[in-house]
Ligand binder design. Structure first.
Ligand code: AMP
Ligand code: ZN
Length: 113
């Protein structure tokens, strides 16, 4: 099917991968909103955050542990960073394969939208 993040996972389109294991992939956002803007993506195709279920609890916990690890590796953990999920249209979601934005490397605004 035409999911762009499934295509990135399957290496049908290129990306700058910063981390990968059997459950998730993390790559640089093509239109970065901060000096560090990395997308963490479960390989399982879930369209939105609303699709996670009991069986995904370990997967989502794992993803946050890797987000922490990437923030530490990039040297932004101590200063601070942000992890965001946009869900559905009013939440600003554009790509309907669940992903977590990791943003850091500058002072992020206090506004929540
Ligand atoms: P969202 O609005 O939460 O759905 O975020 C989608 C994100 O995917 C945006 O930040 C885009 O810049 C990013 N994006 C779209 N296409 C690509 C791509 N081919 N490689 C990397 N990031 C992408
Ligand atoms: Zn997908």
């Amino acid at each position: 099917m035409g999911c762009i993040f499934c295509k990135i996972i399957n290496r049908e389109i290129p990306s700058k991968v910063v981390y990968e294991d059997e459950r998730i992939i993390a790559f640089e956002d093509i239109n970065p909103q901060a000096p560090y803007h990395i997308l963490l993506v479960p390989k399982k195709h879930l369209a939105t955050l609303l699709e996670i279920s009991e069986e995904d609890k370990e997967l989502i916990g794992h993803l946050f542990l890797i987000a922490n690890q990437i923030a530490k590796d990039k040297g932004i953990a101590e200063k601070g960073f942000r992890v965001i999920v946009n869900c559905n249209e009013e939440g600003g979601q554009k790509i309907f394969h669940l992903h977590f934005h990791l943003l850091g490397g500058r002072r992020l605004s206090d506004a929540m939208g």
